[in-house]
Design a protein. Structure first.
Length: 305
């Protein structure tokens, strides 16, 4: 460190009333806290006429601080600012990203996540650059066609109702047999449980049926076409004695017949003949009348066959 405290003089003989003082030594790496050289005057400054030059007074500006539009207080450099004002100034100088980039509205609607099965079907799995395909993309999935017994019975009942209302008698033909007279022969195959023909006639009560049966027995030219049956805990009788052109009344009796009777309620009590076994074309259609009384066997011995 070098200090020059005495008044020095130059070669021209003019005195330099200044003292040069180095406050710090040279540093290898300058830091932020280095001090500048200061010129400290030891005596008052004199002019060439040996007159003391008056020192200039520092003028103070007593102006009020200005308030900016953003709420910050602007000073002239002499007034000190508070910490709050400095923080407000820094926040005013800062900028938001929304000033340069448009803010996108967030979609508040939450979309439901797809199920794992749907996600697998939509997404394609790629392995080694190749897309794997499922076998179901080329061949349809085989669905079960099995039906429960309840569904089968419901479909069969709907078929019976349509056949009764349409008076269906397809695949039947009238034929003549020795010792029996007229009968019915199948012209097409019928599967077991399939509708064949309706036993159509006049529906009468039991009391009236007994009275008609007594009157029919007095006429040997008339046959027995009375059929008694029960439905929903009530007994009915269908009288098919009168010629009507319906083929159900002409089906003959056999204790080992290939048809069975079935009572249904379709717009009232109905009696239909259903295939008890598989029927082939040309087979005679027969069913068991069910009458085993002595009087009936005496008048109609073929009931025992």
């Amino acid at each position: 460190m070098v200090r020059v405290n005495s008044v020095t003089s130059t070669q021209e003989g003019i005195k330099t009333p200044h003292r040069i003082e180095l406050c710090e030594e040279k540093q290898v790496k300058p830091t932020r806290n280095y001090r500048k050289r200061r010129i400290i005057s030891s005596v008052s400054i004199k002019t060439e006429n040996e007159l003391d030059e008056p020192q200039l007074k520092k003028t103070e500006v007593n102006s009020k601080p200005l308030k900016a539009s953003n709420g910050c207080i602007m000073t002239n450099g002499t007034a000190s600012r508070s910490r709050a004002s400095r923080a407000a100034a820094r926040s005013a100088d800062s900028h938001k990203l929304t000033e340069y980039f448009k803010e996108e509205l967030k979609n508040t609607k939450v979309e439901p996540q797809p199920s794992p099965v749907e996600k697998i079907t939509k997404d394609e799995v790629k392995v080694n650059g190749n897309t794997n395909h499922k076998l179901t993309e080329y061949f349809p999935v085989r669905r079960s066609v099995r039906k429960t017994s309840k569904c089968v019975m419901a479909e069969k009942m709907r078929d019976f109702e349509r056949a009764i209302r349409e008076q269906r008698e397809d695949g039947l033909q009238v034929a003549y047999f020795k010792d029996k007279g007229r009968g019915v022969v199948a012209t097409k195959a019928f599967q077991r449980g399939e509708f064949v023909v309706e036993y159509a006639g006049e529906l009468v009560g039991v009391a009236e049926a007994r009275e008609r049966e007594r009157l029919y027995a007095q006429d040997p030219t008339k046959g027995c076409y009375m059929y008694y049956f029960r439905l929903q805990d009530q007994q009915y009788c269908i009288d098919a004695t009168s010629e009507s052109g319906r083929l159900g009344r002409l089906v003959n009796h056999s204790r080992t017949g290939n048809l069975v009777t079935k009572a249904l309620w379709v717009d009232g009590p109905r009696l239909v003949l259903v295939a008890g076994t598989d029927v082939q074309p040309g087979d005679e259609l027969t069913y068991d009348y069910g009458d085993r009384s002595r009087e009936s066997l005496r008048h109609h011995p073929w009931l025992a066959l």
